[in-house]
Design a protein around this ligand. Structure first.
Ligand SMILES: [Zn+2]
Length: 377
């Protein structure tokens, strides 16, 4: 017990060491989970456990006042209605995921306290403080810390929305939130590239081909133009063959500080469309997920879909290493059970994380979506 307390304290300190300004970055230690996740039942057990721990923290956060949130999240103001709406959305997503993950709940199964509906799940998660089986103690202590920090990342985005927009919510049904794929289905996405020839973009593509996967790349116009000065459109088309390529703007700037953001969208999309026609997809990912609240008509007229994500790998963050990135993404795949994963091909961490995630989830029923099948019709 003393050892568990020490581990918990060390985790808190590690969390504090990662705190940069308002947001610490959450990364769990999956090696503390004692069971394999390489079967559907194993994936579902680990998934229920993650949902119960996260949902317990979600329930606890509902007792906080706006002043508490301002203090905890180190922000200046809280959009109360936005926080409440996003919490409700999470409860719905968690309850429906939990119902699916409970398919294997029987007499011998653990992490099965709730019934099938949202009210039963809320009640069970609110009361959940781990299970008595000693095999799960170290995991539980670590996971509580992880979900506390992770929930704060989300609540911070929720409290700032819509004044500061992000992936945490959408402005219309035309925007893609990342929650569209069916249960156990995940889409890989890579932002900010391409790098110069033989750089991380090419290494990422080689890693994906080796694994017989594809992904959607949200390229920056400036980077793509640089690359086109090194390579013809035909040869760059061959580099991206089999992949999907959308745009991420001409430069990496929030639309909130860009009076001519439409121009950045139009130019970056046209560059992909004209030079990589075989891989082009009419998807736009705004830098930082930030777009204007009234931009829906523009994107609809341009026949583009704003494409967000629901699983942030944090691979861009130099305070998080490849090991932490892979642990975090696996925990979030278990928590949300489906979705769109954000990586960056300009950084090398996904080259380590993705093969590990594939290996960990073999046999679990996880399907990596063909990028051409997203969004679902
Ligand atoms: Zn970006």
């Amino acid at each position: 017990m003393r050892k568990a307390v020490l581990v918990f304290l060390l985790m808190c300190l590690a969390g504090a060491a990662h705190a940069v300004g308002p947001s610490a970055v959450a990364a769990p230690d999956r090696s503390l989970w004692p069971d394999p996740v390489d079967s559907t039942a194993g994936f579902d057990r680990a998934s229920r456990a993650e949902m119960l721990v996260f949902a317990h923290e979600l329930a606890a956060s509902e007792k906080l006042t706006d002043a508490d949130l301002i203090d905890a999240l180190k922000i200046k103001q809280v959009d109360h209605a936005s926080v409440e709406a996003i919490r409700d959305m999470y409860w719905k997503r968690l309850a429906s995921g939990y119902a699916i993950a409970s398919a294997h709940c029987g007499a011998q199964e653990v992490f099965c306290p709730a019934g099938a509906d949202e009210a039963a799940f809320r009640k069970a998660a609110t009361a959940f403080v781990g299970i008595s089986d000693a095999r799960y103690q170290a995991w539980y202590q670590n996971d509580v810390t992880f979900h506390r920090v992770y929930l704060n990342e989300l609540l911070r985005l929720a409290a700032l929305f819509p004044r500061v927009s992000s992936e945490v919510s959408t402005f219309s049904d035309h925007e893609l939130s990342g929650n569209e794929p069916p249960d156990r289905h995940f889409l890989l996405t890579f932002d900010d590239g391409p790098t110069r020839a033989a750089g991380n973009t090419d290494k990422t593509l080689a890693m994906l081909r080796e694994a017989h996967l594809n992904a959607t790349f949200f390229t920056l116009g400036g980077n793509l133009q640089n690359r086109l000065q090194q390579a013809s459109p035909a040869s760059l088309g061959a580099t991206y063959a089999g992949m999907c390529v959308g745009a991420h703007g001409w430069e990496h700037k929030s639309h909130s500080s860009m009076p001519d953001w439409q121009d950045s969208v139009t130019r970056s999309i046209a560059l992909v469309h004209d030079n990589l026609p075989a891989s082009f997809v009419p998807l736009f990912r705004p830098p930082y997920g930030q777009r204007k609240s009234d931009s829906d008509a523009f994107f609809t007229d341009a026949r583009l879909r704003v494409t967000l994500w629901n699983i942030d790998s944090q691979d861009w963050n130099n305070k998080v290493d490849a090991e932490q990135v892979k642990q975090r993404v696996l925990a979030l795949m278990l928590l949300w059970r489906h979705g769109v994963i954000l990586f960056h091909d300009i950084h090398p961490k996904a080259q380590v994380a993705v093969p590990w995630l594939l290996q960990q989830t073999t046999g679990s029923g996880v399907t990596w979506l063909d990028c051409h099948a997203y969004p679902p019709a």
